[in-house]
Design a protein around this ligand. Structure first.
Ligand SMILES: [Zn+2]
Length: 153
């Protein structure tokens, strides 16, 4: 996975090269990261995969980081996730935690909290798609293209 520890602020979406994890900015003692998985305006992650990724990342990073992990949420454009972490955790530490989370997620045999009591759309999940993305992040595996959807020009 590429690491972009860029200057805080917005980015030019036509020149970025996913996948990557990028530090966006610090707000109120929260470090905001952009875990970008697909190319903006070219491809996007299916909603069931993005939904499962949110569940998996939230559980895995909470187990690893405790309360220094704040949460994650899908980007509205479906090209990745926001990740929110206490500013007490350095970028390098977070990178290490994220790698551990990827390995933990690859060990998961079901999506955490995937039931009607703990999820608002529990039928909309795809763990195999999440595993493909985790492998892509580790290996830049071309297999990911199977779960990305390409937009028409
Ligand atoms: Zn859910």
């Amino acid at each position: 996975m590429r690491i972009c520890n860029s200057e805080p602020g917005d980015i030019e979406h036509t020149i970025i090269v996913p996948p990557y994890i990028r530090f966006v900015e610090t707000r109120s003692d929260v470090n905001i990261y952009d875990l970008r998985l697909s190319q903006p305006n070219i491809s996007y992650v299916a909603s069931d995969v993005l939904h499962s990724l949110e569940h998996c990342l939230n559980v895995a990073l909470t187990e690893i980081m405790g309360k220094t992990f704040i949460g994650t949420a899908p980007l509205g454009c479906s090209t990745g996730n926001w990740v929110f972490v206490s500013s007490k955790v350095s970028f390098r530490e977070f990178e290490m935690y994220l790698k551990s989370a990827i390995y933990n997620i690859l060990e998961m045999t079901e999506v955490p909290l995937c039931n009607k009591h703990q999820c608002g759309n529990y039928r909309n999940h795809n763990l195999a798609g999440v595993h493909d993305i985790m492998l892509h992040l580790l290996n830049n595996n071309e297999k990911t293209s199977a779960i990305l959807h390409f937009l028409e020009d």
